[in-house]
Design a protein around this ligand. Structure first.
Ligand code: PGA
Length: 247
């Protein structure tokens, strides 16, 4: 199974649902539809309406984040995995570099992953090195540490997906070389096999993915799908990525 996950970030109002309706119409008729899952993560304000609308449809709705406490708490503006589940959300991103840079430490992320899984959400756990770490050639160590600090054997790996997003690539139009990317994905899968003592969860690539460069990425067979930011705000661009992947 491949994954095409759109991350809307701070984008979208109620009528933006039309973008997702067009994506859903494409996916539900696509001859390759059984080979992949299309998921989009709109902001919190839209989760309930969108989840209800797409409940019985092909497209799946996820959240961009969740809070590290269960059920209800006195944390202003926080939304728990329990609350997400209650409005029909199926997936949540955890550890996006935007949130890491705003203070999400490994310990916080560990708690988020644990609580999201406990509430039957599927977790898309994001990891990635920054520009300096890449320059200093510490990428492999950084990624391994990000994984081992948060994921552990006792977690249900069937409900975990890992998204590799080099921070320097997000929103920049820059992408890793195919050789680097292939080696990195293999390194991530090997690290995950050590943690879970078996098969690795799916590993996605994210960072400036578009309808053109997906033709390069699809040659790297170890990549199980994509986390798509900018291009997910346009139905045409998102659909082009899926189309060109299977072309
Ligand atoms: P981008 O964002 O596709 O716009 O680079 C990816 C992400 O941040 O998830």
């Amino acid at each position: 199974m491949k994954y095409f996950i759109g991350n809307w970030k701070m984008f979208g109002i109620p009528k933006s649902i039309n973008i997702l309706k067009r994506i859903n119409t494409f996916c539900s008729k696509d001859k390759n539809r059984n080979k992949y899952k299309a998921i989009v993560t709109p902001p919190y304000t839209l989760l309930e309406t969108y989840s209800n609308y797409f409940k019985t449809k092909h497209l799946t709705i996820g959240s961009q984040n969740c809070y590290q406490k269960d059920k209800f708490s006195s944390n202003t503006a926080a939304v728990s995995p329990y609350m997400l589940k209650s409005v029909g959300v199926k997936y949540t991103l955890i550890g996006h570099s935007d949130n890491r840079s705003e203070g999400d430490t490994d310990d916080i992320l560990k708690e988020k992953v644990k609580l999201a899984l406990k509430n039957n959400l599927k977790v898309v756990f994001c990891i990635g090195e920054n520009k300096t770490q890449k320059k200093n050639k510490t990428t492999f160590n950084i990624l391994k540490r990000q994984l081992t600090k948060v994921l552990e054997k006792k977690l249900n790996k069937n409900n975990i997906i890992v998204a590799y997003e080099p921070i320097w690539s997000i929103g920049s139009g820059k992408i890793p070389s195919s050789d680097d990317l292939e080696k990195t994905i293999i390194h991530i899968k090997n690290s995950l096999k050590k943690i879970f003592r078996k098969k690795s969860p799916a590993v996605l690539y994210g960072g400036s993915v578009d309808g053109n460069n997906v033709k390069i990425f699809k040659k790297i067979t170890q990549i199980d799908g994509f986390l798509i930011g900018g291009a997910s705000k346009s139905s045409k661009k998102f659909i082009d990525i899926i189309k060109n992947y299977y072309r």
